[in-house]
Design a protein around this ligand. Structure first.
Ligand code: EPZ
Length: 428
């Protein structure tokens, strides 16, 4: 039976909570462990479904793993006995495509099932393929599988990305660690999790310069070794909790964070009239009145993160005035708006732009998550709404937020996880 969240809204969030490790770093670092040919101990992993799926794919490939429930995974990839990750598991998340880059570097060939992931747009992988082919791999996509082979190894070269892609930047970096010579990725993504993957590879003995800038240089080396590594705090979980604090007119301090990863959101919250105080590893968010309306345009890092657009839309749904939100990264990332309209939001959508006319309050009702961050947005809506909100399809939320209801209840929310009734399934 599926679960749903039941939220009794209207409680201001107050107090402090620790943020956990970054999902989008973890789901790339675990496949990268294939390159170690030894033992890696990876700490501060978020306890989420996506990490468990990646762990299971590693085991299918022959890795030995031990996972304790405080988020540490020990993985031994000495005796990997396959370069084919073709099980159904690959279709359950986008990040399964990182196995191609890692397996291609280690074995000179790789095959995975086509990736899944949130339905927020077409999400092609042409830039990944462009990078691998530029290094000399032969890539085919047929019968629902991606196959890449480079029997004579890969050769470093200059790769000019047609657009900024987090996944393609990471996947090309993974493939390049053993390439002959230097691979230069121009117009590389600069997200914190791209830098985290590069730092993990450096810990294993890779030669990488420029991660975090738009030009990354990877010099191929013959072998990498195991290492111990701790994943960075989750930029998007941090941002989601900051938005929830502001939306409930609360006063929340988030610990174990890297404040500068949130600079774009902090700047927008300050524009809204929200008070944000930052320390070395914490952020405090508090507010009294309704936020002011603002304009937001999602951009690659260090711009406003597309993964925070959906929760931010909900925050602005009760702002004073009309806000304008442009989603410039994905084509279909406004599905949450249909759901929060049922809660009283007044939002019009014109292609990539949503105009959010602030209303005094939202009211609780039954809604359903359509993707991971839409689910997070509905949690924010339920927390700030008058009355009770039921969120269905929370399997999406469990993919990317580590025990989110426990964190929120420790801040004074009233959110519970309940088994859905049999007949509810047919509607959601
Ligand atoms: C990563 O997805 C994240 N997922 C996404 O987070 C995040 O929204 C996205 O980066 C942008 O920050 C993971 O890290 C697992 P992209 P990714 O390649 O790598 C187009 C979440 O909620 N594109 O940077 O798939 C693409 O269609 C998830 O945690 C191509 O056209 O994103 C999109 O419009 C959702 N060709 C844009 O580029 C390609 O080959 C950015 O995509 C690759 C991408």
């Amino acid at each position: 039976m599926a679960d749903k969240f039941v939220i009794n809204g209207g409680h201001a969030l107050t107090g402090s909570v620790d943020v956990t490790g970054a999902k989008n770093a973890a789901v790339a670092i675990l496949p990268a462990a294939i390159l170690a040919r030894g033992v890696c101990v990876i700490e501060n992993l978020p306890r989420i479904a996506d990490v468990l799926i990646i762990r299971d794919i590693l085991m299918e490939l022959g890795a030995r793993t031990e996972y304790d429930d405080n988020g540490t995974l020990t993985v031994d990839t000495t005796h990997l006995d396959s370069s084919h990750a073709t099980s159904e598991l690959c279709k359950r998340l986008r990040a399964s495509y990182y196995f191609i880059g890692a397996l291609l570097a280690r074995f000179g060939e790789a095959e995975t099932a086509l990736p899944g992931g949130c339905a927020i747009g077409e999400r092609p992988i042409d830039q990944h393929i462009k990078g691998w082919e530029a290094m000399g791999a032969k890539v085919s996509v047929e019968y629902g599988k991606i196959r890449a082979e480079a029997p004579n190894g890969l050769k470093g070269c200059d790769i000019y990305m047609d657009l900024v892609s987090v996944g393609a930047t990471i996947n090309i970096m993974l493939a390049a660690v053993h390439a002959q010579g230097v691979t230069t990725i121009v117009n590389a993504a600069k997200e914190p999790h791209v830098v985290d993957v590069a730092n993990f590879l450096l810990c294993m003995g890779a030669k990488i310069k420029g991660a975090g800038t738009d030009i990354i240089r990877i010099t191929g080396v013959p072998r990498l070794h195991g290492c111990n590594y701790a994943v960075i705090p989750d930029q998007i979980e941090t941002g989601t909790l900051m938005i929830a604090a502001a939306a409930t007119r609360g006063d929340v301090t988030l610990h174990n964070v890297i404040p500068r990863h949130l600079d774009a959101l902090t700047a927008k919250l300050l524009e809204m009239g929200v008070i944000v105080e930052e320390g070395a590893d914490y952020l405090r968010v508090r507010t009294e009145g309704r936020p002011h309306a603002v304009r937001i345009k999602t951009m690659p890092y260090p711009g406003f993160p597309t993964d925070l657009q959906q929760p931010a839309t909900v925050l602005l749904s009760t702002a004073e005035g009309a806000s304008m939100i442009t989603e410039s990264i994905f084509e279909q990332r406004f599905k949450h708006i249909h759901e929060i309209r049922r809660m009283g939001a007044d939002i019009t959508i014109e292609d990539k732009v949503a105009v959010v006319h602030g209303v005094p309050r939202l009211t609780g009702t039954s809604v359903r998550a359509t993707d991971l961050r839409a689910g997070a947005a509905l949690i924010v809506a339920g927390l700030m709404a008058d009355g009770t909100t039921e969120i269905h399809n929370i399997k999406y939320i469990d993919r990317g937020y580590d025990h989110i209801e426990d964190k929120l209840n420790s801040l004074g929310a009233d959110i519970s996880r309940v088994k859905e009734e049999a007949d509810e399934r047919e509607f959601y």
